[in-house]
Each structure stands twice: as C-alpha cells, then as structure tokens.
Write a protein that binds this ligand. Sequence first.
Ligand code: FAD
Length: 496
Amino acid sequence: MKFDVVIIGSGLGGLQCGYILSREGYNVCILEKNSQLGGCLQTFIRRGTTFDTGMHYIGSMEEGQMLHEYFRYFGLTEKLKLRKLDEEAYDVIRYMDREYNFAMGFERFTDTMLNYFPGEREALEKYTGKLREIGESVSMLSSGESGTNQTAYFDYFSTGIDNYLDSITGNRIMKNVLLGLSPIYAGRKDKSPLYIPMVIHLSFINSAFRFVDGGSQVSDLLAGSIEAAGGTIMRNAEVTQLNFSSGSIESVTVNNTEFIEAKHFISNIHPARLLEMAPEAPFRPAYRNRVTGIEDTCGVFTLYLSMKPGAFPYRNRNYYVFKTEDVWGATDYTSSNWPLGYMLHFSPSSKSEEFATAIIVNTYLRWKDVEPWKDTMTGKRGKEYLEFKKEKAEKLLAMLESDFPGISNATAAYYTSTPLTYRDFIGSPTGSIYGLQKDFNNPLSTMVVPRTSIPNLLLTGQNINIHGVIGVTICSVLTCSALVGQKYLIGKMKNC
Ligand SMILES: Cc1cc2nc3c(=O)[nH]c(=O)nc-3n(C[C@H](O)[C@H](O)[C@H](O)COP(=O)(O)OP(=O)(O)OC[C@H]3O[C@@H](n4cnc5c(N)ncnc54)[C@H](O)[C@@H]3O)c2cc1C
C-alpha cells in the first residue's frame, strides 16, 4: 500500500503533523521505533508512580492564549488533565542561597521583581516589553500570517540573551536571576539567542500548568484522533533507510526488512540521524556537512524520586537551583564539584494534591561523561555504569537533602537516567535533551528549516524551530503549511 504521507517518529511534532494532515484527508502513516508513542512525552511507571521523561510544564494554556488556541484545534483543551502552578511563584530561582519568585502576569512579575531589585524598574520594563514584542511576532494565529516578521526574527536570533541583558541592566544579581530558566533551554553564554529564552519565558508568564498523571496524555489523545481519522500508526517500526528514485524518496525501509512507500515524507527525528539513513548523492554535501556539524545541546542526569505516601508536601512550584555565582557556569562542572545546580519538578498526581508522589530532578551531564558506555544498550551497560549512576544519584540526593530537608527520608525509591538513555529512547546522537544548539553568532548555519532540497521530504520537531511544546507546535504548523498552504491552515485553526 502506498500512503500519501509517511512520518518518521511519533514525537509531539510527528503526531501533530499526523493530526493536521489526516484531518485534511491525507492517508497518513506514522512509524515509531519504540513501543510507546510520544518521544519526550513518554512516561514510565515504577511502583505505581508515573514519571514524565521530558515534559514537566507548559505555558499559555488559558482561554485566548497562544498554546490554548493551538491545542483547541488539536482537540486537546477540553480533555487534558492540568493543574495550574502557583500564580505568585510558578518558578522559583534559588541563586546565591536566596529565592526569587517568578510570578504569572507581566505586572505581577515586574512588581515581584521590584521587591528584590527596587531600582530596576526601567530595566524590568524593557525586559517585559521585549517579551511582549516577541510574543506579538511569534503568534501565527493572532497575526494570521507566517507570524514572525522575518527581519525581527533574524534580529532576535542574532542577538545573544547575555548581551541583551547586559544592555538593559548593570545589576549582576538580577541578570543572573533573569537567566534562571537557562536549564529549560540548556543555555550557553556564548551561543543562546535572545529568541529562545524569551519565547519560553513568555509562554509561562502568561500562565503555567503541569500535567496531572503525566504528559503522555497528549500523545494518547493525538494518536487516538489520528487513528479515528483513518491514519495508521506503527509501533516498534524503526526506519533504517531512505530509498530514492530520481532524486525523491520512494520508500523507507522499516526494521531493515519492510518497504513503506509514500508520496511525501516528514522526518520528526534528529536531522543527523536522518542523513545517516540516506545515500550520499541526494543531499548536497554543503547541507550534509552543515547539519551534521551543528552541536547538540547538553544532556542531563535525571533522578526520579518515588515518594512515600503522605511523607513530603507537594509544592506547586518548579525550582531552578544554582550553586555558581554565574548561572552560565552550571555546565562547567568538574567530576569533583558536580552538580552545580539542578531543576526540580513535582509531578502532580490524581492520587494526592497535598503530598508529593513523584519528584523529578534534572542536572547537566555531558555526553563525554557517559561516552565510555556508548556501545552498550539500555539495561545492559554493566556494573561500572551502574556504580557511576549510583555515585551521581547519591551526590545529587545529598545536595537535595540540604536544600529540601526531609526529602531523603520521604523517598521510597529512586531511578536514574543519563544522556545514554535519551540517545536510545529518542534517537538523538549525543543524548541531548533539546536537540540542536542554536548559535546567535551563526544563526543561519545553526538553523534547519522544514523544507529540504529533496522535493518530497519535510522536517519537523524540536531540532527545526525551537524545542518545547510551543516551539514544536509552531514548527508542525510550518511543516504542514508546505503541503496544505499556510493561510489556509491558519484560517482552519483560527475558525475551528
Ligand atoms: C528532560 C526534558 C525536560 C523537558 N521539559 C519540558 C517542559 O517542561 N516543557 C516543554 O514544553 N518542553 C520540555 N522539554 C522539551 C520537549 O519535551 C521537546 O522539545 C519535545 O517533546 C520534542 O518533540 P519532537 O517532536 O522534536 O520529538 P522527539 O520527542 O524528539 O521524538 C522523536 C521520536 O522519533 C522516534 N524515532 C527516532 N528515530 C527513529 C527512527 N529511525 N524510526 C522511527 N522512529 C524514530 C523516537 O523514538 C521519538 O519517539 C523537555 C525535554 C526534556 C528531554
């Protein structure tokens, strides 16, 4: 059977493209290498506790706000189980042993920050002004067009967030606090463009929510709608080769055995992995070299805590904790001073609102640290790797205990993951969490766009636009616009 569209990978971007195109009457087939759909939306269960792997909170989900408008089209808004985070302090930045609350709403955010930095009104107004400006340019649904004005978009991508903050304030502490979300974009002083932290902060400042019982509800709902619209979803179906004929893709090989043909192909996987599956000729060498040469964002070590019932209060806030004077320094750890900070998320459960059932802690871990085990597979990496993970877990747990007294005794069991886990589950070459590292010094060379020189191949997902639920959702619309037309699609979304 020949499909209209084959989508490689069922991450958020793959599923959203599947949803859009099957709704538009395309005969869609999604091929996913894992048994569970969703990529970073995957959850796992241990001792009855559900853990998220890569989706802790989402923003702008109130009526009329950006993600809400998109999710309404995707049939998600009424069905998702969400819990709104604390409006006064949805994110808490712990820097130099003091806590700084990020509040929801532009005015409340400014007022809260002014309590800590009374002389910084002008700088804070410039900061929130820039958030609003980027917000207006980014929303395709409100503008009805391709959204971002191309000149402005280029400016936001070619300015570094670090330089921008230096231009609005000389207050070093406030600058570090405003950079406190950097772990949610794996920020780099020498590379991170203004655009990425601004879009992320913007989405949360409007409103911020957690998924109750896990983010995989998004993938389950999207998959159900795709199948209801006649789409096909194949699990345990790893695409191993792209087969070309006259410069276009004719079929993909699945699990080295089966051929699946289609008129169009959309890749939701890391572009370097995609290129490995193609013969040399169809892609221009310059494209191949550029894309495979883009650095990945840093990986993480994750500690998943399963909490004893009724033992540790649930907190409706996320914590970004830094042990360095310069928050950018958190990735520059050595084996003796690791970790230099972490982000901590409580996972809400329908079982209890008062007490924590699961706590997830992420801290940077470079690929180089796990490279010795790169030729091993999950569950079969050997004793030394288990000892390496145990040592890391105990160090991190000791730090947590001093920051959140009582957390160790309240923990029933813990589980861990490293960049190797992400490499094997998501398929990113170095287990990076947010895909390709964008660089404001070279915005064009670190940018990969949905269209390729192969006439029937499009790209989507976090490596293309920006990562996170907002970035991936916007990218899905851009990718599908190449098939159905942008004005038409945006019109459909606005009027659904
Ligand atoms: C630790 C962590 C925390 C995060 N927290 C947040 C958060 O709080 N809020 C937020 O908005 N975002 C967060 N993100 C980012 C967000 O989860 C991702 O940006 C987004 O889910 C990526 O979606 P994607 O479409 O790029 O696909 P991916 O999630 O990258 O999925 C790709 C899919 O392709 C499949 N695949 C790979 N190779 C093949 C192949 N050869 N054949 C078939 N299938 C294949 C994979 O198995 C996977 O299912 C977080 C990410 C991580 C890792």
